[in-house]
Design a binder for this molecule. Structure first.
Ligand code: NCD
Length: 364
């Protein structure tokens, strides 16, 4: 059984294969109309979502499969205190594959170590969002014709924007990708992305969007993530930091692609929607095709195999794991609430240990 929790679990060859499947689905949708007949996808959304949940559901229906699930954590047994492990074991009795979004970082990893069917991380807190990355990669490929030798600007909330973290990790695998990280100082990229995924990449940080706009092949805009701020005064002060207007777009390359995972608040003027460089609604459609390709891949891999959970991180034989000696201090980490979950840290250097669930550094 194979799940998708972190985008780096897919090799470049597997990503290429998913991109090719998505292109084939776009060209020949009728070929896939019965591909998942009799299969069920459970969508467990403990956190609000419009497009991710509906796009998973549309993807499964277009493959001829069925969907069950919930979109409001208040209607699930989690509100009665059920653990993530038990929820995952129970849902595995009803569905062949699970797509899950959760406000706690690391929750999908815990689910995948307990479910007996593949689990797809559809966003965990401010941490990761690998299927949005698949949509982003297909969009960049279709807009620019390549994924290598490009300059990508990320603008807005790079601290809490989980789509940014997963896309940077994926881009770190392609040659000649340069990153320009544009954010207020308070909303810069977290350490686990900067010191790991970005360690082999060329990158710079700035607060000035206009100065860097002329160099970009892709501009990835994000909203400031209000729900992740512990202090709303800071949100109010930072919320309008970047607004892309038609005037600013005069500074950009003629072939630049504007991406945005959506929802947009006010960071892109609606006047830009008619600009051919605005790729964000095409990105929404691409997301559905990439999710179809992913469901096909994971169900295909699970076919005929014994149903059993992913091995626990402590049972994988990874080197450098420290078990139950340290405690994660990230208040959004799943280890804060899940019953009897081992605290597991990975030693990444002589001085740094990271929680394997949320990747935060001890004390971060
Ligand atoms: C993003 C998310 O949920 O992280 N939306 C999405 O899945 N397309 C971005 C956001 O909420 O800002």
């Amino acid at each position: 059984m194979r799940s998708l929790i972190d985008i780096l679990e897919l090799s470049v060859a597997e990503i290429d294969e998913l991109l090719a499947t998505a292109e084939d689905i776009i060209a020949n949708p009728e070929k896939y109309a019965d591909a998942c007949r009799g299969k069920k996808l459970a969508t467990l959304f403990f956190e609000p979502s419009t497009r991710t949940r509906l796009s998973f559901e549309a993807a499964m229906y277009e493959l001829g499969g069925n969907v069950l699930g919930f979109s409001d954590a208040g209607t699930s047994s989690a509100s009665k205190g059920e653990s993530m492990a038990d929820t995952a074991k129970v849902i595995s009795c009803y569905a062949d594959i699970i797509a899950m979004r959760h406000h706690q970082e690391g929750a999908p990893l815990v689910a995948s170590c307990n479910a007996t069917v593949p689990v797809i991380n559809a966003g965990d807190g401010g941490h990761n969002h690998p299927t949005q990355t698949l949509a982003d990669l297909l969009t960049i490929k279709r807009e620019l014709g390549r994924l290598d030798h490009i300059t990508v600007g990320f603008c807005g909330d790079l601290k809490y924007g989980r789509t940014v973290h997963s896309l940077i990790s994926a881009l770190s695998r392609y040659a000649g990708v340069k990153l320009v990280l544009i954010s207020p100082k308070e909303l810069g990229i977290p350490g686990y992305v900067k010191y790991e995924a970005m360690s082999n990449m060329e990158w710079e940080e700035t607060t000035d969007l206009e100065a860097k706009l002329p160099e970009l092949d892709v501009l990835y805009m994000t909203r400031i993530q209000r729900e992740r701020f512990s202090d709303l005064d800071t949100y109010e002060r930072l919320k309008d930091s970047y607004i892309l207007t038609a005037d600013k777009m005069k500074l950009a390359k003629e072939k630049m692609a504007i991406l945005h995972p959506l929802p947009r608040v006010n960071e892109i003027s609606v006047k830009i929607d008619a600009d051919p460089r605005a790729a964000y609604f095409r990105q929404v459609l691409n997301a559905k095709y990439m999710r179809m390709a992913l469901i096909l891949k994971l169900l295909g891999a699970a076919k005929g195999k014994e149903r059993r959970p992913e091995p626990l991180p402590t049972a994988r034989g990874d080197e450098g794991l420290i078990v139950n000696e340290l405690k994660c201090q990230n208040t959004r980490c799943i280890t804060q609430t899940e019953q009897e979950l081992d605290q597991v840290f990975r030693r990444v250097s002589d001085t740094v240990c990271r929680c394997i669930y949320c990747e935060k550094k001890l004390g971060e």
